[in-house]
Design a protein around this ligand. Structure first.
Ligand SMILES: Cc1cc2nc3c(=O)[nH]c(=O)nc-3n(C[C@H](O)[C@H](O)[C@H](O)COP(=O)(O)OP(=O)(O)OC[C@H]3O[C@@H](n4cnc5c(N)ncnc54)[C@H](O)[C@@H]3O)c2cc1C
Length: 337
């Protein structure tokens, strides 16, 4: 497979640990590259990160542009931006994808502004297609798809003139491929040299806060919405979750109202989840909420309003008061086990 005009992924790492979103993006890049008939490349910078090349290859990378230096153990903007610009200038990918993480949101706009190319943030889908603009027809360009205008429309954004086309994508939106350990990638050492002038800032101390909520890894999620009514009443959602061994999720309206912390928010500006079972309680099902949970294998929705949009995507819709339905669910479950 050719290295030219590849679909490139910026591989985010910290202390040698790769960000999950980067692995998801390598998988998506494979799909896009297969449609374009080009290779997948990965830009991997850090300290002692070469051992991760096999993992990137197993998910679909053909070429890994590698640069290792001890000061790159943690992300800092200036050296990483310099390396990324150099890799893009030297190897000319047609598409570059970044995770919509704090790091990706810092790095991608710096690169875009330097290269004077477009950048679409927080894409929820990426496709390849043609685009007509007046008399001009562009073949095989990147459709960068994301909710716009407060989620009232799903916009398809194109940047047909300038290359590379660049997007950020949130964690959990793209599916990770099943690793194929027989795949191999070519390592290309980036011919750069970073000197002390490239490291004007120094990390003196880092305080890491452990996440207590693991929505992404949960098989079952019980989520409460604004319909739950208060922080105190939210205990019923926690009770159901605890009974059935689920993680607790929430809509943004519930988070904004102070019923529960932001870490629990599911949706476009929260976490994207794909559990085996998602139980939505007192959630209307606004598009921004559905964007984060409509990939769930099974959805149960409890809502007093038979017209609530969430009921149209639920396999099991219960029209009723959650304060009546949930205690009965808990009782029925406990009676069976
Ligand atoms: C840019 C942007 C990003 C956003 N990102 C997110 C996001 O990441 N996640 C997210 O969730 N939202 C997000 N939103 C907000 C979203 O538009 C909705 O406002 C929000 O999802 C509504 O939450 P809700 O369904 O809990 O509340 P509501 O829409 O108020 O719905 C409450 C529901 O509870 C039902 N109900 C009331 N009482 C009961 C009862 N006793 N028993 C059963 N049902 C009852 C009602 O019938 C109603 O359907 C975003 C909005 C914007 C503009």
């Amino acid at each position: 497979m050719s290295n030219d005009a590849s679909v490139m992924v910026y591989i985010q790492q910290d202390s040698g640990k790769l960000a999950e979103v980067s692995l998801e993006l390598v998988s998506k890049a494979r799909e896009l590259a297969d449609k374009l008939g080009v290779g997948v490349s990965a830009a991997l910078f850090g300290e002692k990160v070469a051992q991760e090349v096999a993992r990137l290859a197993s998910l679909g990378a053909d070429t890994v542009y590698l640069y290792e230096q001890p000061q790159l153990k943690h992300y800092t903007p200036i050296p990483y931006t310099k390396l990324m610009i150099q890799v893009i200038a030297d190897y000319k990918p047609q598409i570059v994808l970044y995770g919509a993480t704090t790091t990706g949101r810092d790095l991608a706009p710096r690169v875009a502004s330097y290269l004077k190319v477009g950048l679409t943030a927080d894409c929820t889908d990426l496709q390849i297609g043609d685009h007509k603009q007046g008399e001009k027809e562009y073949k095989n360009i990147l459709y960068q798809i994301r909710p716009a205008f407060g989620g009232n429309i799903i916009a398809t954004i194109v940047c047909p003139e300038k290359k590379p086309q660049m997007s950020t994508v949130r964690e959990g939106v793209m599916r990770m491929n099943i690793p194929d350990t027989s795949r191999k990638a070519t390592i290309v050492k980036v011919p750069a040299s970073l000197g002390s002038a490239d490291f004007p800032s120094e990390i003196i101390d880092r305080v890491l806060e452990e996440k207590t909520v693991n929505l992404k890894g949960a098989n079952i999620i019980v989520s409460g919405g604004f319909g739950v009514g208060s922080r105190e009443k939210f205990q019923l959602i926690r009770d159901l979750a605890e009974t059935i061994g689920a993680e607790v999720g929430a809509s943004r309206a519930a988070v904004d109202a102070g019923f529960i912390g932001k870490d629990h928010q599911v949706g476009q500006t929260g976490t994207t989840v794909r559990p085996k079972l998602y139980i939505a309680c007192g959630i209307s099902g606004a598009i921004q909420h559905r964007a984060g949970m409509d990939g769930s294998a099974r959805i149960i929705a409890i809502n007093t309003d038979p017209e609530a949009p969430i009921l149209s995507i639920a396999q099991y819709g219960i029209v009723g008061d959650l304060f009546d339905v949930i205690p009965r669910m808990i009782k029925a479950y406990k009676a069976r086990v």
